[in-house]
Design a protein around this ligand. Structure first.
Ligand code: CTP
Length: 412
C-alpha cells in the first residue's frame, strides 16, 4: 500500500479526481487530498473527505486533525507544520487536474497556497496532469511551463484529445482518464531502481522520411517502438528523457519530452541541438542513408513518373558526427539492424568506426522480432564483451539495454 497525496486545482475536470480517489483507495492506496480554493467551486471538500476517510486541507493555516498522517498511519504526538508533514509522508504527489494557472505557479516556484507549497516541499515523485481548454494548453506560455517542469523531473501525465468542456469544442486538453492517472502514479511509485536519477538521456526513435515530391517519400518500416520502450524505462529509472521522434505514430510515455522530426536532416539538427546537454545517447532511429538530390514542389504527375529516375545523395551519418564531438563522461549507444552470418562482425566494425560505447544488434532477417513488432532479440556489444538478450518484449529488452548503459557510465 502506498500513500498518494492528491492536489486538486480549479477546473471542471475536478470531478474526475473523485473517481481517481475511488480507484486508488480500492487498489489499497491511502490517499489524502489538498485543494486549491478555486477547486472548491467545482467539487467540495466533503466528497473527497468521504472517499479518502481523511480530512481535506485547503490552506496552510488550517488545523489538520490528522497531523499530516495518512489513513492507516499513526499521527505524530507533536503538532507538525501541515504542508511539510503531509508531503513528507507521501510516496507520490499527483496534481490532477492541474490548471494552466497552477502549472504556471509551479514552473515559477510559487508557494501561494497549500497545493503549491506542498509541491515545492515534495521529495517524492511529483506528477502533474494538465486539464484545460485546448487554446490554453497549446499556448506557448503553458507549453514553456510544462517544459520547465519536465526539465526538473516532474512527470507530466499528458492530457487527451477529444470533446472539451465548452460546448462544441474539440481538441487537446482533456484530463487523462482516472485509470491512466492511477497507472502513472503506480509507475512512479514502482520506480524500483533509480540508477539513472537525474541523468539526461537523449533517444532517437522511429524512421526518417526523405521527400520525393509533396506527397511521396522514401522511408523505412521502423515504428519507434524500441525507442519509446527505452524512453519509458529510462524515465522509470529517474532519467530526464528527450526523444527525437521521426514519424512515430505512438503516444509519448508520460514524463518524457518529445521533439518530432521527419527527415534525416531534421533529425540531425534536433540531435545536434540536444546532444551537448545529454549524458547518454541511445541512437535507435533508422536514419535514411540517402535522400533525393531534388524534391519536386508539387505532386509528380504520372506522365512525369513514367520514366522517373531519382538521383540520390548521401545523408550525414548523424551518430558518427555526434561521436566526433562527444565530451568526457558521455555514453553513446548505436543500433544496428543486420542480417546474415556476419551480423555481429559488421556491428563490431560500426562500434569501432563510430567510436561508440556499445552497439545493439538485431537480426532483421527474422519476422517475429525487430521492426514494427512488439518483440525483439538483440545482442549488446561493448568493449566489455557481448550479451545476448533472447526474444523478449521490447520493454524487457529496453531494461537489458539500460542495465548495460548503467554499467558503462563513468560511475557505473
Ligand atoms: N545512423 C545515423 N545516421 C545515418 C545512418 C545511421 O546516425 N545516416 C546511426 C543509426 O541510428 C544507428 C547506427 O548509426 O544507431 C547504425 O546504423 P546503420 O544504418 O546500421 O549504420 P550504417 O553506418 O549506415 O551502416 P550500413 O552501411 O550497414 O547501413
Amino acid at each position: 500500500m502506498s500513500r498518494i497525496l492528491l492536489g486538486v486545482s480549479g477546473g471542471i475536470a475536478a470531478y474526475k479526481a473523485l473517481e481517481l480517489v475511488r480507484l486508488a483507495t480500492a487498489a489499497g492506496h491511502a490517499v489524502r487530498v489538498v485543494q486549491t480554493p478555486a477547486s472548491r467551486r467545482f467539487v467540495g471538500t466533503a466528497s473527497f473527505a468521504a472517499l479518502t476517510g481523511a480530512p481535506v486541507l485547503v490552506s496552510e493555516f488550517e488545523h489538520d486533525p490528522a497531523r499530516g498522517a495518512f489513513p492507516g498511519q499513526a499521527p505524530p504526538a507533536h503538532e507538525p507544520i501541515g504542508h511539510l508533514q503531509l508531503v513528507a509522508n507521501a510516496d507520490a504527489y499527483l496534481i490532477a487536474p492541474a490548471s494552466a494557472n497552477t502549472l504556471a505557479k509551479l514552473a515559477a516556484g510559487l508557494a501561494d497556497n497549500l497545493l503549491t507549497s506542498c509541491a515545492l516541499a515534495a521529495h517524492c515523485p511529483l506528477l502533474v496532469a494538465p486539464a484545460m481548454n485546448n487554446r490554453m494548453y497549446e499556448h506557448p506560455a503553458t507549453q514553456a511551463n510544462l517544459a520547465t517542469l519536465r526539465e526538473r523531473g516532474v512527470i507530466v501525465v499528458e492530457p487527451e484529445a477529444g470533446r472539451l468542456a465548452s460546448r462544441g469544442e474539440q481538441g487537446i486538453g482533456r484530463l487523462a482518464e482516472p485509470a491512466r492517472l492511477l497507472a502513472a502514479c503506480e509507475a512512479a511509485l514502482a520506480s524500483p531502481r533509480q540508477g539513472l536519477a537525474g541523468v539526461k538521456v537523449l533517444i532517437s526513435a522511429g524512421g526518417t522520411r526523405e521527400p520525393i515530391d509533396s506527397v511521396r517519400f522514401i522511408g523505412n518500416s521502423s515504428s519507434g517502438r524500441m525507442g519509446l520502450a527505452l524512453a519509458q524505462a529510462a524515465n522509470r529509472r529517474g532519467a530526464r528523457v528527450t526523444v527525437v521522434a521521426a514519424n512515430v505514430a505512438l503516444p509519448t510515455p508520460d514524463g518524457v519530452r518529445r521533439r518530432d522530426v521527419v527527415t534525416a536532416a531534421e533529425l540531425q539538427q534536433a540531435c545536434e541541438q540536444e546532444f551537448g546537454d545529454c549524458d547518454v545517447l541511445l541512437m535507435a532511429a533508422a536514419v535514411a542513408d540517402f535522400t533525393p538530390a531534388h524534391t519536386s514542389d508539387g505532386k509528380l504527375e504520372k506522365a512525369e513518373r513514367e520514366r522517373l529516375q531519382i538521383e540520390l545523395q548521401p545523408t550525414a551519418d548523424v551518430l558518427a558526427g555526434l561521436s566526433a564531438r562527444r565530451r568526457e563522461g558521455q555514453t553513446l549507444v548505436g543500433f544496428a539492424a543486420e542480417h546474415g552470418d556476419r551480423a555481429l562482425e559488421r556491428a563490431r566494425g560500426k562500434l569501432l568506426d563510430k567510436r561508440l560505447d556499445a552497439i545493439v544488434v538485431n537480426d532483421i532477417s527474422r519476422a517475429d522480432v525487430g521492426f514494427d513488432v512488439d518483440h525483439n532479440e538483440v545482442t549488446i556489444i561493448s568493449a566489455a564483451g557481448e550479451r545476448h538478450v533472447p526474444r523478449a518484449s521490447k520493454a524487457q529488452v529496453a531494461e537489458a539495454i539500460l542495465d548495460a548503459v548503467e554499467s558503462l557510465r563513468p560511475s557505473g
